[in-house]
Each structure stands twice: as structure tokens, then as C-alpha cells.
Design a protein around this ligand. Sequence first.
Ligand code: PLP
Length: 461
Amino acid sequence: MYPLLQADQDNQAAILDTAVTAATQFLRELPHRPAAVTPKPHDITDLPADGRGATDALAQFQARYGAEMAGSAGPRYFGFVTGGSTPAALIGDWLTAVYDQNPATDEDYAAPQVEKEAIHFLRQLLGLPDKFAGTFVSGATMSNFVGLAQGRQWAAQQQGIDVAEEGLYSLSRISVLSATPHASSYKSLAMLGMGRQNMTRIPSLSDREAMDVSALAQQLAALDEPALVIASGGTVNTVDFDDLQAIAALKQDYPFWLHVDAAFGGFAACSLRYAHLLAGWEQADSITVDAHKWLNVPYDSAMTFSRHPDLQVAVFQNTAVYLGPTHDTPAPVHWTPQNSRRFRALPAWMTLLAYGRNGYREIIERNCAQAQWLGQQIEASPQFRLLAPVRLNGVCFTLAGDPTLAVIHDYLARLRDDGRVFLTPTQYKDTPAIRASISNWQTAQNDLEICWQALQEIASE
Ligand SMILES: *Cc1c(COP(=O)(O)O)cnc(C)c1O
């Protein structure tokens, strides 16, 4: 064996201790780290001929990049929609690497069983019926892709075509209808060979991002062919929800595949106070829920739920003699774009078992109350303007005095450099805007007060 590798093998326990020390230090500092860091330019070094061993590699990493690891997993990173990692999720993720299982096949290890149990926990947490099959994927983008791929398979089937087998060559156009789709749905259409331009935007209600369902009904009535409808269970700008009940009710009159993108908004289901926002989502054909956002597990993790496992397997099956026959319950390899993959269920399983339904309800309701509080400060302040009511965990606002997008960018760059808090720019109904998404288990009221102080100070500069 290569001597340094041999030495590391002999020293594995000490190496792990070094990593634990580094991790503990990082986690202790996390609340005080700058929420985001502008990366410095780094020289790219060459691959060493002789290695350095694990401990030295870690020391090198810390010396060169350690200071630039942002506090994005910490309590005041309100950019995009970003979660952190609960203590239980973190140990689950570490041990995922230790066990290094590949839950592609289900006959050689228990990992797929743990995955099934984690999905069962999640269905219960989210109030989804057992008829939904669930699988772990790498993120909500991939979950949207998997849901829309099934929708395409279904719509093509109505045209007498098995797309997974025959390809798109003889298929007529499949309409895709949505009011406020996430960017990743466009990406999914590109990957599916359906094309970004094939998204038909249904008008939203005035002063809302939610779909005008009567406009959808009109559009569906004008179509000859079955369509795909992408509904929002929480938009990223104003956290608005389509009326999923009313959209699902249209299925009685028109044939369409209903995909609900509830990447983070799905967690509204944890709370009796907010669950009504998702009423009707159990009638969807496929659903996206992210895990690395509000479930607070490390990247990469999301779930894809489907009421049509047969279509899912029709698209993603990966038959090979050595994988054995596809039974009534095909192995995980047949369900998603990935074949070999990490034991992604373990961090989710750990955190769900560690904190249970009430633990998650507390995180969700606390983050929502914090968003409410921030919304109230903004509404009462002459320096800002609230652009939408706070419905869940997001606050969409702008600076007073009709700023341009460049002014917003400049303000947010100064805020980022200040380091106390990080927020992202957006545009809401043509108004250059800012949004804060509060989705971290660690965020406390004091963090909101620090955030509010920083927002005002930087705006007064
Ligand atoms: C974040 C998000 C996505 C994309 O999620 P990734 O995990 O980044 O792939 C899709 N839809 C919505 C509504 C989101 O908030």
C-alpha cells in the first residue's frame, strides 16, 4: 500500500478526532461568522506527486479556504431558501459517508428499508396519503424533473406513444401550464426535450403570484390534448400558494397531469396553522418537497412523491441482468435518474426520529413567526416598503423610493459585506425587490433583531 495511505489507515481514529475538532470549532463559530463571504481570488495549485496524508490535507484546506467558508448554514442567512443541518441530520450525514452504502439494489443491505421508513415518516409529517410512492433525489430541481418526466410519459400515453421506449420523435406538442413556476421547471423542460419556450404562463390573480384558476380552466378548455399543469405550493418571491383544491377539481372536466412544486412550502403541512395553504395537494399526480431547505438536512437531498409509480418506473427503469428482474416493487435503481447513489435517507431518518412531528412543527412555526415579525417592522418603517403579506416564512420588500435593480444590488452587496445577514434580490411584478426566507432551525428572535438593525443601518448609509 502507498505509505501515506497505510499511515492514514493506521491512524484513522486520530484523523477522525482532528475532523471532529475542526467541525466543533466551525459549529461554535457559525452564528458569528459572516453569513456570506465574497470569495478571494485563489491561485490554482498543481496536483502533488507525493501526497501529504489526510491530516495535512485538512490543515491545508483550513489554511487556504477555511476563513472563506460562509455561515450559510447559520442563523442569519436568509438568501434563496436555505436550511442548515440539525445535530441529528449532521451525524446521519457523517455516518452516511462512513457506511458508504449504495441503496440502488434492495437485496444486499438494509439501506433501502431505512429509506422506506424515512419516506413513511415524511408522508406522516406532511399529511400525504400512503398511496404516494416516495423516493429521495438530490434536490427539488431533480424532483421537478422526475415529476414532469412522469407527466410527459402520461401525456404521451394519451397519444398512444411510450416516450421512454420510442422517444419524442412522433409526439405532438404537450402543453405545460403554470402561473409562477420556479426556474428549475424551465430547466426540467429543457432536459426533457420539451423546451423552455413550451411553458405557457397562466395569469396570476392581481397582487398575487397565485394562479387565476378561471384562466387555467379557459386554457384547458381550449386544448385538444392532455396537458401538464405545474402548480405552486409556495413561490420563492412572496411564498404564495396556488389554490390546489380548485385546480385539482378541474381534473373532473379536463385531463391533465398535476405536478405540485412544494419545495419548501410543503412544510406548511406540519402546522395546523398553515396546513390549509396546501389543501388539495393530495390530489396531485406528483409532488416535489426539498429536504435540504426546511427539513434542515445537509445538501444534497429532496423527495419526489408520485401517485403513479408504474409511470415513474417506466421512465427510470434500468434493467440489466446483474440487477435482477424488476418485481412488483422494483429496486430503487429503477425510480430516479441516479443509479448508484449515497445513502441519502439516513440524515432525514435521523432528524425525523430525533425531533419528531412536534420538533418540526416548532421549527416551522418559529420561522413563520419570525417572518411575521420582520414583515411588521418593515411595514412600520419609512425606509422600506412591504410588497406582499407574509404568508409563511418569506418576506418580500423593497427600499423606499422606487429603487432600480442596480440600487437593490448595491444595497445587498453592502449588506453582504457587513456580514451580519444575507438576503437575495428579486423582481416582484416588475418592482425590484429583496426577499428574506427564514428556514433555519437555529434562527432565534435575537437573530431577527440583529438582521433588522443591519437592514436599517445599511439603508441609512
Ligand atoms: C429551491 C426550489 C427549487 C429548486 O430546488 P433545488 O433544491 O435548488 O434543486 C424548486 N422549486 C422551488 C419552489 C424552490 O423553492
